[in-house]
Design a protein around this ligand. Structure first.
Ligand code: CUA
Length: 341
């Protein structure tokens, strides 16, 4: 009876995980949108099917033993006192071995298929640099640099090569590429081809300090044309406002400590790529991003003001200092950054 109650409770709990009609969970691992995640999903279904068959057989034997072949009060004689049975013991050694092989072979096959050591010549290289607590994306072929929002073209091989500037992180984009740890002193890789345009969520999944849970990102799978347009736009020089709040904000930015850590191309920051030493996200086209602060806030003037006013409240432990900006100065700064579409 206890096992039946347990089973019913599990069914209810799992049913509670189902998304409402018309909705989906952003970190759903069961909606593959690339060749790699499709293979992971197929493997999951294959092994689950084997497991379900095993569960049915074990449950059937269990219930037969419990209700059909158990002894009852008043049965004549003692139950059998057999201590061992060679054939039975061979059987329950061989069957689990076969099950392990059935799981291992397809798993190893998928690992080999999803970790190629060479890729086609038109592959797009994307360098991923993990920081406490944000993601930097660099495209060596075009020179584009962005943060927390990575764009890739649909149906083209993408090679993500990943390094970390500080501690171990884990690059997890369930719909597109699965999960890969990003380990100091090492370059790890994911090679994939996304097969459906859209916006997908990602999250760091290795505990990496105070704001580990606030280290999110977005993957935008674009059509080839949209991706080319996006790349072209990213390479354009930043907006230089000549009047109004945004122009006043440009002056605030230049004179505030922001310019020490943040690059706005042609205005401030680092000219060359480097992996170590502190820096903040490249803000050249900041206003064109949908999210800020490790993709945990929507990019709105109110959220940006909140983030600049007290970074530690939004992302505990963040390296961005509290600058004490307020009033008109803060509004100008927000207007300038939001103008950088
Ligand atoms: Cu980075 Cu957790």
């Amino acid at each position: 009876m206890i096992s039946i109650i347990g089973l019913l409770a599990s069914v209810c709990a799992v049913a509670g995980c189902a998304p409402a009609p018309g909705q989906h969970y952003p970190l759903d691992t069961l909606s593959p949108k690339s060749d790699v995640t499709q293979k992971f999903y197929d493997l999951f279904v294959e092994i689950t099917a084997v497991d379900v068959v095993i569960l049915i057989i074990v449950a059937a034997v269990f219930f037969l033993a419990l209700f059909v072949f158990s002894s009852r009060p008043g049965d004549p004689g003692e139950p059998s006192h057999k201590h061992s049975d060679v054939y039975l013991e061979m059987l329950w050694t061989i069957i689990p071995s076969i099950i392990v092989v059935m799981i291992t072979v397809p798993t190893v096959r998928v690992i080999m298929q999803t970790q190629p050591d060479h890729w086609s010549t038109d592959t797009l290289e994307v360098r991923v640099i993990a920081h406490q607590w944000w993601w930097e994306f660099r495209y060596p072929s075009s020179g584009v640099v962005t943060a927390d929002e990575v764009h890739i073209p649909v149906n083209r091989t993408i090679h993500f090569s990943m390094v970390t500037r500080d501690v171990i992180h884990s690059f997890f984009m369930p719909a597109i590429g699965g999960k890969r740890d990003v380990v100091p002193g090492q370059t790890n890789q994911i090679t994939l081809s996304a097969n459906e345009t859209g916006e997908y969520w990602g999250q760091c999944t290795e505990f990496c300090g105070d704001s580990h849970a606030n280290m999110r990102f977005r993957v935008f799978v674009d059509s080839a044309d949209d991706f080319d347009r996006w790349t072209k736009h990213q390479l354009e020089d930043p907006v230089q406002p000549d009047a109004g709040d945004a122009a006043a904000g440009a002056k605030v930015f230049a004179n505030a400590p922001c310019a020490i850590c943040h690059t706005i191309r042609g205005v401030s920051g680092f000219s060359k790529e480097y992996t170590y030493g502190f820096r903040g996200p490249d803000l050249t086209h900041f206003g064109g991003r949908g999210t800020i602060a490790g993709a945990i806030l929507d990019n709105t003037p109110a959220n940006l003001a909140k983030w600049i006013t007290n970074p530690d409240e939004v992302k505990p432990g963040a390296n961005m200092p509290t600058l004490g900006m307020s009033g008109a100065e803060l509004n100008y700064q927000v207007a300038y950054l939001e103008s950088l579409k």
